[in-house]
Write a protein that binds this ligand. Structure first.
Ligand code: 5GP
Length: 170
């Protein structure tokens, strides 16, 4: 199946000059959704994975079904103040200002092999922060997977030490 053809591209969202890749059209198509999760599972089937970690919110939509398919657990990474138990956080630079992400301190055990999943790789800041928190907790990042990669933003540079795979490239 041509998954790229199922992605809806919206020009000028959320602001002028951005060509937004809308994955809701993939999620609402039962065959495309299944194919997306299946292809990501295949991409990492040979890795030993103990846990999938995904950042909010679209990382949940892809990461949780992938974890289910791989038969492992899922850990959410969230914006500050959303996770109820003890957390660690990581602050990262945006074009204007900074952003912070959090993960539960007890979610990853030292030595666990972790697969990080998000819907889309742009500059790489979101997933890079996620990786740093996993490593702070003693986890080993064995793979990083994206449904979509915006190659022209060169986010892979920030993740060059890792096994990065994506299904659809722009
Ligand atoms: P990065 O941190 O790599 O610059 O940005 C990636 C994050 O922004 C991802 O969590 C992703 O959900 C979101 N994002 C940025 N642009 C798009 C887009 O065009 N489509 C979608 N679905 N998500 C985007």
């Amino acid at each position: 199946m041509d998954l790229k053809s199922k992605i809806r591209v919206i020009e000028g969202f959320p602001k002028e000059g951005i060509s937004f890749k809308d994955i809701t059209t993939v999620l609402q198509d039962k065959d495309a959704f299944r194919e997306c999760i299946y292809q990501l599972a295949e991409a990492f089937r040979n890795e030993e994975v103990d846990m999938v970690v995904g950042p909010e919110a679209r990382g949940f939509l892809i990461g949780a079904p992938l974890a289910y398919e791989l038969g492992v657990g899922f850990v959410p990474v969230r914006k500050p103040g959303k996770l109820p138990a003890e957390t660690i956080s990581f602050e990262y630079e945006l074009e204007y200002g900074t952003d912070t992400l959090e993960i539960h301190k007890d979610a990853i055990k030292p030595g666990q092999k972790v697969l990080v999943i998000d819907d889309l790789l742009a500059t790489g800041g979101t997933v890079h922060s996620t990786v740093k928190m996993i490593e702070e907790l003693g986890g080993e990042v064995v793979g990083i997977g994206f449904f979509i990669e915006l190659e022209f933003l060169n986010g892979r540079k920030l993740l060059e030490d890792y096994n990065v795979k994506s299904l659809v490239k722009y």
